[in-house]
Design a protein around this ligand. Sequence first.
Ligand SMILES: *[C@@H]1O[C@H](CO)[C@@H](O)[C@H](O)[C@H]1NC(C)=O
Ligand SMILES: *[C@@H]1O[C@H](CO)[C@@H](O)[C@H](O)[C@H]1NC(C)=O
Ligand SMILES: [Zn+2]
Length: 418
Amino acid sequence: MYKVMNYFLIWVLGSAASAVLAKQTFHGDKVFRAKLQTEGHVALIHKIKEAIKLDFWHPDTADRMVPHTEADFHVHSDQADSVQILLQQNSVPYEVLFHDLQEGIEAQLNNTKKSKRHSYTKYNTWEKIVEWTSKLTKKYPNLVQRIDIGKSVEGRPMYVLQVGNPDSATKAIFMDCGIHAREWISPAFCQWFVKELIKGKNNIRELVKSLTFYILPVFNIDGYVWTWTEDRMWRKNRSPSEDAKCVGTDLNRNFNISWCDIGSSDEPCSEIYCGAAAESEIETKNVASFIRSHVDSIKAYISFHSFSQMLLFPFSYTYELAPDHKELDEIAKGAVAELQGLYGTSYTYGPSASTIYPTAGSSDDWAYSLGIKYSFTFELRDEGKKGFLLPQSQIKATCQETTLAVAYIAKYVLDHST
Ligand SMILES: *[C@@H]1O[C@H](CO)[C@@H](O)[C@H](O)[C@H]1NC(C)=O
Ligand SMILES: *[C@@H]1O[C@H](CO)[C@@H](O)[C@H](O)[C@H]1NC(C)=O
Ligand SMILES: [Zn+2]
């Protein structure tokens, strides 16, 4: 009986038309957290996914679902009730993280008074971030330089901020934020961290005397702009595929390390599309070329994503342990302890493949393969309650605690790298 009911509901789901609008809104859309207990639960979500578009928040693709984990996914309003009935009928324990996604989107920007200026405690548009980079270089000419490392697909300049004393520093750390467009807390952190290096506490400011920081505040600029203007839930870059069927490559699957293997897809419409070739995307190529040309000085690579509250290190593309596993694990342990010490935010840490899920072609593995031993990826707040829609009211605390972890890593790298 249940089986018949399932088929019927899944058929109803598949036949619901979904209109494509210019500026997307999300009224009545729901985000579910399914607590998968059996293979049957996993199979059910796969069946639903075959019938309709499920926007996976965590893991980042349905293929990574396994029993005894949770799956967070976003469902269009037309189909939300049917999906909820299917979960109930099949006894899949679940929570509704968002009853109305549009409300969550509006609530995210809803704590501070409106102001046109750049702010470290707000989400800033790309235009404001560009203006901010230009102001910084004028205000701190001896400390901050702006490097144009190339253009995005749509022609926007990719600016890396070089923070440090160019005369004395010989070791460098490369950091990037916003590879995935919808993870807004990530660019917010890169901006915050630049501020800390310039006018933070002494122990942070001291780092720039002997280290150079290369900070790319927004990696996937076109995607980021798209999340402000068209679709808040966009993840990939904005390059059309060759057959123009779908737009966008997952830039964190496009690096030249075990490219398009595990945890990525060669299907252009997939959210984890690896692109036409390794470094096929101009954004990936620009970053990879910059890092290659500074590889002698770059001792650490740190990439910022959200969400999950994790500190990850190589490998992503295999369950094998990295040659430097023990040391990386010790550093991660120390960094996470620093972070937790401020507000008690709990982080897990470990190699990406076993701690989150395996992915090939990711930036951290690629940097590691280049000989940059200290390679880390942060998954910032939260653990899914707000997910990509972390309210602005949490920017400050998130950035403060993360700064402590990054400073810990930077200090370690300064003292231990050769
Ligand atoms: C925005 O904040 C105001 C005041 O706190 C509140 O009344 C309103 O419901 C909020 N709007 C949303 C969409 O959360
Ligand atoms: C990717 O790496 C392989 C092996 O190191 C190399 O032969 C190839 O040229 C690289 N491809 C690109 C696009 O850099
Ligand atoms: Zn991400």
